[in-house]
Unconditional design. Structure first.
Ligand code: NCD
Length: 327
């Protein structure tokens, strides 16, 4: 983490949020969840808030997105902020002419008077550059293959809501652990909150979790099992977190032949889930491209559809904390 990116130390106001490494204690997560529960009431009662009236939130997305883009936009709208949502940055903005992140984030603040910028970008260091040059806080909506911190927050919120706890968990991360960014951020967050965490990392051999993260977590006392045999670890799981095999990165590296070999390596259906516990949950950040059969959607353990709604509440909470602080 560069020194331009600040740890929260229980204070969110005016700070960017681009990495789970900025969180320092479970108390900070409790604070976010408390706000999120408040936000949930605003939405469920259909009573839009004016908390962020007079504020302006811009979204700069350089990569495709459905959930993250719409939930950040809706989050700002439910709180009464002005919104400047910009999709297709890589195709339709001055980025096509070669404009840099350094200039783009400053330009968007100048042209819109935005108080906050939400950004998604394919490069790992994109959000750090944005934070360094931006006049206003940046929230990451996903950076490269490295981090997706707000997804981790909504994932943990979903775990707490459905399992009733965030501790003493046995979690299977399944699929593309090399290129996927959600499981890296969620892994970091689980390590922070759960001292008894056990992680089962299940992937094809060519898509294993980066060594640095595995070693870091092991040093912190996390029990980690790496395997390509899902059935061996599934019966123990409290959480099965499925991910998409990320074709676009194979394409970028000219390795589409390898993608073809692993693309259906861990497809899940009701038969695959036979040995899973009755009281466990199945999560997915989505989009899915066949790795969870539609027949699983009606299984009571499948939480990946309501999981998306948690993104609205937790992103409302984060925007409120960053723009207004605790008040
Ligand atoms: C993920 C992402 O963009 O990292 N989607 C999301 O934000 N919910 C996962 C993916 O693209 O596979």
């Amino acid at each position: 983490m560069s020194d331009t990116v600040k740890k929260f130390n229980n204070h969110f106001k005016g700070k960017s949020f681009i990495s789970i490494d900025q969180l320092t204690s479970p108390a900070e997560i409790r604070k976010i969840f408390k706000e999120a529960r408040r936000m949930e009431k605003i939405v469920l009662k259909r009573k839009p808030s004016k908390l962020l009236s007079g504020y302006c939130v811009a979204e700069l997305f350089y990569q495709p997105s459905t959930r993250t883009f719409t939930s950040f936009l809706a989050a700002a709208e439910w709180l009464g902020a002005l919104t400047i949502p910009i999709h297709g940055m890589s195709s339709y903005s001055s980025v096509v002419k070669g404009e840099t992140i350094e200039d783009t984030v400053r330009s968007v603040h100048q042209t819109t008077a935005a108080d906050l910028i939400v950004m998604r970008h394919p490069d790992n260091d994109s959000t750090e550059i944005a934070v360094k040059y931006s006049y206003v806080p940046i929230i990451s909506g996903g950076a490269g293959t490295k981090e997706h911190p707000t997804q981790a927050i909504l994932d943990l919120y979903t775990i707490e809501k459905t399992l009733g706890r965030t501790k003493n968990l046995k979690v299977v991360f399944l699929g593309d652990l090399k290129y996927g960014r959600t499981i890296k951020s969620l892994g970091k967050l689980l390590v922070l909150v759960d001292k008894k965490l056990q992680l089962f990392l299940v992937s094809p051999k060519i898509l294993k979790m980066p060594r640095e993260l595995v070693h870091e977590w092991q040093e912190k006392g996390v029990k980690i099992v790496e395997t390509d045999d899902l059935q061996k670890v599934l019966p123990e799981a409290d959480v099965l977190y499925v991910t998409r095999i990320q074709k676009e990165w194979f394409e970028k590296e000219g390795k589409l032949d390898q993608y073809e070999k692993v693309k259906h390596a861990f497809d899940i259906n009701l038969k695959t889930l036979k040995k899973a516990r009755k009281k466990m949950i199945i999560m997915h950040p989505l989009p899915r491209v066949g790795e969870i059969a539609y027949e699983v959607d009606n299984d009571p353990r499948a939480v990946y559809l309501p999981q998306m709604r948690a993104g609205l509440y937790t992103r409302m909470a984060l925007m409120k904390l960053i723009l207004l602080g605790d008040k």
